[in-house]
Design a protein around this ligand. Sequence first.
Ligand code: UT7
Length: 324
Amino acid sequence: MTTRAVVMGVGHYLPERVVPNAEFEKSLDTSDEWIRSRSGIERRHFAAENETTSDLATFAARAALDNAGLSVDDIDAVVVATSTPDLTFPSVATMVQDKLGMTRGFGFDVQAVCAGFIFALTNANALIVSGQARRVLVIGAETFSRIMDWTDRSTCVLFGDGAGALVLEACDGAGDVTDRGVLSSDLNSDGRYRDMLYVDGGVSTTGDSGKLRMQGNALFRQAVEKLTSTAHAALSKIGLDDNAVDWIVPHQANIRIIQGTARKMGVPMERVIVTVQDHGNTSAASIPLAMSVGVTRGQIKRGDLLVAEAIGGGLAWGAVVLRW
Ligand code: UT7
């Protein structure tokens, strides 16, 4: 018998306010046509002024718990992937615990920017496999609208706010690739690339939270190659190749990166979950959001083999293979 971290529930939350591309035409030298053709984005959601990352995370967590038919008392740990916490500390995870009324167990945040959910899921899986926790809420939640420079047309049109969550539970598996649950993962980072995507402020430098800066074109050139190689690395660890993949669930930064990676993997776009047109780039929230939407649309079904892959600031990148 092998212990597997199996998805028992999934859910997401998107703030009410939807901002179409055309809204940026009023204040910036940009166009709906440019944003659509270069990124695939058509609209994104922005959090209300009084809505914080932990609010979004809590809504998504409740939806995932409902979907699993579980209550907060069943949960041992909360792991939140975010780069836009409510406060410098405490962690968003402990705020989510409080908002859910969870007075036992533990919570912590993981910060790997757009790859954050891959790192959080890998950590949550390790907690379950090592016996630290039996049920874990793993959440990706972001309010990137708070770190946008609204005068920088090359970044502010690309990002959005949102949250997605999974409930993972320890289940016995046979120890082979037919098992449901997390089957493998591959994590990478390389700080030499840090200038490609960063925030120009922070606690021990400027003392404020700063604004996002990105060399989009340079990052684009890294993305397809690194995403394909990490997906292949995760698959080959368990003796699988691209033919085994039912769904790629990619980080939703740019439709051209998503298409390029799928093409390199030889997976047709019909087997890729795409939400970038509706959500924009929601950083660590994009993969659990796409999983939740993929299930709602009737695309992802129990037993399907998923490869989730992401890259972002650091650079940090990685992939997880899991059977739904
Ligand atoms: O989530 C983390 C990972 N993030 C990513 O992977 C993002 C990776 N990068 C990208 O998605 C793309 O590089 C972008 C969507 C950011 C940009 O697309 P691009 O095809 O690489 O465009 P570019 O940066 O090469 O810019 C082309 C032109 C430039 O003008 P010139 O220098 O050719 O005259 C930009 O100034 O487009 C201009 N431009 C814009 N024009 C209208 C940049 N932003 C805009 C804009 N509207 N919003």
